[in-house]
Ligand binder design. Structure first.
Ligand SMILES: Nc1ncnc2c1ncn2[C@@H]1O[C@H](COP(=O)(O)OP(=O)(O)OP(=O)(O)O)[C@@H](O)[C@H]1O
Ligand SMILES: [Mg+2]
Length: 428
């Protein structure tokens, strides 16, 4: 504990030698107060250490980058290499697809960060109405003004005879890059400026959707021209698999169809272990082996569950140094329930009645379902059932596992359907 200070010893000595009874008593009171303050200081320090130890590192929030992004190194490398490789590299147009919560947005974030560390400029957008306007009136003019040393050009607007009252030169400042709807010229100007610095521009659009077809077609035309002209431009996109397939079925989007498409899926057990253990250790806590195994199994490799399970497991006893298997069991259970309301419920709500009937017919099996059994349970023809099988696979709710066999693609969906069959308004 920190002492009350050397000067105090002098005061104590003086008090003991020359002090009256009154002054000694008041000194004793003061001394006790000082001691109390010191104890408080120590308590505050301990509390601060505890609080620091309680900081939960996991980020179970859509769009929030995780403390450790795992299983995506190769994809990130692909994109980085394309930036280095120059115009013409296939991954300069890359689209990430994947079910809800597989990490599309955070993948875009990470790819953008790769670009930034190489000195590239990034425009990060979402496919919502007004995308083109935002590009041409906000992002590109802003970046052009920042980058172009001649962006503000001074022009002589008037001249009067020097020496006369108020005489001299008057200047007007005009913007070289006014906010006009000229996506192609703005993008070209910016890329040319950046090329001189051996960098370029990344345009990233999340949540690709057919609703924005017109704007995306226009954007793609500009990107396509830029590629043809060998400009330093890269395009990143992301969206749900069915939505992206739907969008790309449009013949006008040939260019985007040629983009490198990567399906983000589950990550392997080793990566899950890393994603859970490393942030815990980094925050000064530890996790028992059994607990870690429990967490790995609980996530099923699904990225959103990694964060949910990590978060909930940590939260059981945040002040304890070590996370136990019991913490992990409760954490996994809570995470699964949360996943139900955050992911399963909206997915099922968006399904048609026949989709739901199909899923509920599958939920009767404890493991993989035979397509022939589903056809029988639904009482329909194989062709009819097949239409829904394809749709549900595209939506990444189910997946084909071996010949004539299907299984659920989202962890916990079977259990959710069993528990919530009534919500689906259909008797399983
Ligand atoms: N590779 C990963 N490693 C660890 N955690 C991840 C990984 N990818 C995503 N996550 C976590 O999963 C959650 C969902 O990520 P994100 O929001 O990017 O998903 P998404 O695919 O964009 O979902 P949506 O379809 O709803 O837009 C976030 O909490 C994120 O931190
Ligand atoms: Mg997203």
């Amino acid at each position: 504990m920190v002492g009350a200070g050397d000067g105090l010893n002098e005061v104590v000595r003086a008090q003991l030698v020359g002090g009256t009874l009154d002054s000694l008593t008041s000194f004793a009171v003061k001394w006790k107060e000082i001691e109390k303050m010191e104890r408080n200081r120590k308590d505050c320090y301990d509390e601060a250490v505890n609080v620091a130890r309680q900081r939960n590192p996991f980020k179970p929030t859509f769009g929030a980058s995780p403390p450790l992004l795992v299983g995506r190194d190769e994809l990130l490398q692909d994109f980085s290499e394309a930036l280095e490789a120059g115009p013409g590299a296939p991954a300069r147009a890359t689209i990430y697809t994947g079910a809800r919560g597989t990490g599309k947005t955070v993948m875009l974030n990470a790819a953008q960060e790769e670009a930034r560390t190489r000195g590239w400029l990034v425009v990060a957008e979402t496919a919502t109405p007004g995308l083109l306007e935002r590009l041409t009136t906000e992002h590109l003019p802003r970046l052009l003004t920042q980058q172009d040393p001649k962006a503000k050009q001074r022009t002589l607007s008037s001249f009067t005879v020097p020496g006369s009252l108020g005489g001299g030169l008057a200047w007007d400042t005009t913007e070289q890059h006014p906010a006009v709807p000229g996506l192609r010229s703005q993008a070209t100007d910016l890329c040319n400026i950046l090329a001189a610095q051996e960098t370029g521009l990344v345009i990233s659009v999340d949540e690709l959707h057919r609703d924005l077809l017109d704007e995306l077609v226009k954007l793609c035309t500009v990107v396509q021209h830029a590629f043809r002209e060998g400009l330093e431009l890269a395009f990143l996109g992301a969206g749900l698999p069915a939505t992206v397939s739907d969008l790309l079925s449009e013949s006008v989007l040939t260019f985007m169809r040629r983009a490198e498409r990567h399906e983000l899926g589950r990550v392997g057990d080793d990566d899950v272990a890393l994603a859970i253990q490393r942030p815990i250790l980094d925050e000064g806590r530890a996790i028992e082996d059994d607990a870690l195994q429990e967490c790995i199994a609980g996530t099923g490799g699904y990225p959103f569950l990694i964060q949910l399970v990590g978060y909930r497991t940590w939260q059981q006893h945040p002040k304890e140094k070590t996370i136990t298997a019991a913490d992990a069991r409760v954490g996994v259970e809570q995470a699964r329930r949360r996943l139900g309301s955050l992911v399963h419920a909206p997915e099922i709500k968006a399904c048609s009645d026949i989709d739901k009937t199909f899923l509920l017919a599958m939920a009767k099996d404890d493991g993989a379902s035979k397509t022939s059994d589903i056809v029988k349970r639904m009482g329909v023809t194989p062709d009819y059932a097949n239409t829904y099988r394809v749709r549900l696979i595209e939506r990444q709710l189910i997946e084909s596992v071996g010949h004539g066999q299907l299984n659920f693609a989202l962890p916990g969906l079977r259990e959710y359907l069993r528990e919530h069959a009534a919500i689906a308004h259909i008797t399983p």
